[in-house]
Design a protein around this ligand. Sequence first.
Ligand code: MFK
Length: 570
Amino acid sequence: MPFNQPPPQLGNQYEDDRALRSLLARMLPGEVLREVEPRLRSLGALAGDELYQQQLSERLVEPKLTQWDAWGNRIDRIELTPLWQRARELSIEYGLVATAYERAYGLHSRTVQFALVHLFGPSTDVYNCPLAMTDGAAKALVAAGNGDLIERAVPRLISRDPAQAWTSGQWMTESTGGSDVGQAETIARRGEHGAWRLYGRKWFTSAATSDMALTLARPEGNAAGGRGLALFYLETRDAEGRYNGITIHRLKDKLGTRKVPTGELTLDATQAELVAGEDEGVKHIAPMLNITRLWNSVSAVAFMRRAVALARDYARRRVAFGAALAQKPLHLDTLAGLQAETEAALHLTFFVAELLGKEECAALRPDELHLLRALTPIAKLTTGKQVVSVVSEAMECFGGAGYVEDTGLPQLLRDAQVLPIWEGTTNVLALDFLRTAAAAQMPLRKLIQHCCAAVQDERLRRAVETIQATAQRSENWIGNASAGGAEQLEAGARRYALTVGRTVAAALLCRHAQWSLQHESDARAALACRRFVANGIDLLGNIDLANSRALALDERPVAFPGASVASSAG
Ligand code: MFK
C-alpha cells in the first residue's frame, strides 16, 4: 500500500471552539446562553459535517449567468450553487439577520447573532456577503427613518419566512472606483409624477441576485463629490418578475469568493426611491457600511478559526520525521502563534458586536458611542490583515497538500484575501479611523485602563505593562503627528490604526484571560494573551515620508538621515 496522508477533519464547530464558548460564557447571562446553546450546537454540527462535506464536493461548482433564452429574449438568469441555496434556507431558519432585529436577547442580541454567523460563515462559501448587506440595508433604512421603505422592505430583510425573505445588495462601486465613492457617475432623473429613474453602470455588485439594493446616484444638477450623491432604494424586479431596467453584463472573474455572483450591470431608467433626501448619500449609506464592516470582522475571525481547526487536527494525524506534527516543537510554536492571533481577533470583534447591541437598545454611554464608531474600522482593518496571514500560515502547516486545489484548502486563502480589500481597504479604513480618533482618544484610553486594571494575576503583569506602554506610545504618536501636519499624519495612519487595533485586542483578551482564570480555572486565554503580545502589538516605527517616497517610487533620496533607517516596525 502506498502511503497516503490523512485528510484533516472537523468536529462540532461550536463544541470544539473553546475560545468562543468561553467568550459567550462571560458575555451572555446564564439564561440567554442556556436558551441559545442548542441552536449554536446544531449549527456547529452542520458546519463541521454536512455543510463542510457539501462545500468540498461542490468545490468546482460556480454560479452561472445565462443572458439569453433559446428564443432570443434577454433573461440574465443567475443560477446559484446548491450550497448557496441551502445557505439561504439555513440563514432564514437560524435567523442570522433576524436575531439582531427581534431583540429577543435585548442588548445581547448582536452577540448571539454574530456567534451564529461565526459558525455558519466558513462552511457556506461566503454566503455571509448577501447576509451582511441585508443586515446593513435594514440598519440604514431604519437609521434614515423613511417610514414607507421601513414598512415595505425591513420586514422582508429580517424575515424568518422563506417565502417572504429578501436579501439586499449594496451597489456602490462604479468603474471610477470602490474607495472614492464620491466619483460615482450614475445619474438620477426625476420623471413624470416625480418618480426617480437611475442611469449608470455599477461595476462590482455583490450579490447581483438580491431582491433589492441600496445604491448611490447623483440627482441631475447636484454638485460633484460624495455630498452631491443621494442614497436610493430600488427593487430589482417588478411584480411580474421582470428586471427593473437592469442588465447584467457578466459575473466577475475573481481570485476568490467565486460562489458569490458579483455582477457588472447597467441601470437604465431603473425605478428608485430616495431613502433620505436628495444629497449626502455617502453619509446616509454609512450605517450600512459599518454593519458590513463588522460582518467582515466576524468573517475574518471565523476563517482564522477554521484554518487553525484544520491545521490542529492535521497536526495530530500527520506523522513526519518519526512523530506526529503535534509533537514537534517548531510546529507547535507556529500553531500557538496562530491560535493567539485568532483569540485576540475574536475578542476585539465581539467587543464591537457587544457595543452595537447596546447601542441598538439605547444602552450605550456617550463615550462608548465614540468607541463603537472608532473600533468598527479598527476591527475590520486589524482582522483583515490577521486573517490573510493566519490562513496563509495555516496552509503552510499542510506542506504541499495545502497548495493542492482538491484538498479544498486553497479556497480558504483565496476567500480570506477579499477581507482586507472589500468594505474599505486597510488604508481607507485607517483614514476613516483618523476621522474619529480625536473623539475616541479618551474613551480608548479609559477602555485600555479599565481592562488592565481588571487583571490581577502576576503571570499577566508583563503583558499588561507592554499594553500600557504601547497605548502611551500611540497617544504620543498621534499627538506629535497631528502637530507635524496632515501629510505626516496620513503617512502613519495605517501603522497607528493597526497598533491601536492590536493594543485594544490585547487589552480585551487580557481582561478575558483574568476572568477565565478565575471562573473557568483555565489558563489558555492567558497563554493566548501573552503570546499575542509577544507576536508584537506596536507597529508604529519611525515614519519619514521623504524616505518612503524614495523607496516607493525608487527615486534617489534627497537626504539619508540616520534615524528613520533604524525604524523598528515593518
Ligand atoms: C462578509 C462581509 C461581506 C460584505 C460584503 C459586501 C460586498 C459589497 C462589496 C462592496 O460594495 S465593496 C465597496 C465598499 N466601499 C466602501 O466601503 C467605501 C470605502 N470608502 C470609504 O469608506 C470612504 O471613507 C468614503 C467613501 C466614506 C469617503 O467618501 P467621502 O465622500 O469623502 O465622504 P466624507 O466626506 O469623508 O464623509 C461624508 C459624511 O459621512 C461625513 O459626515 P459629516 O458630513 O457629518 O461630516 C462622514 O463623517 C460620514 N461618514 C463617512 N464614513 C462613515 C461616516 N459616518 C459613519 N460611519 C462611517 N463609516
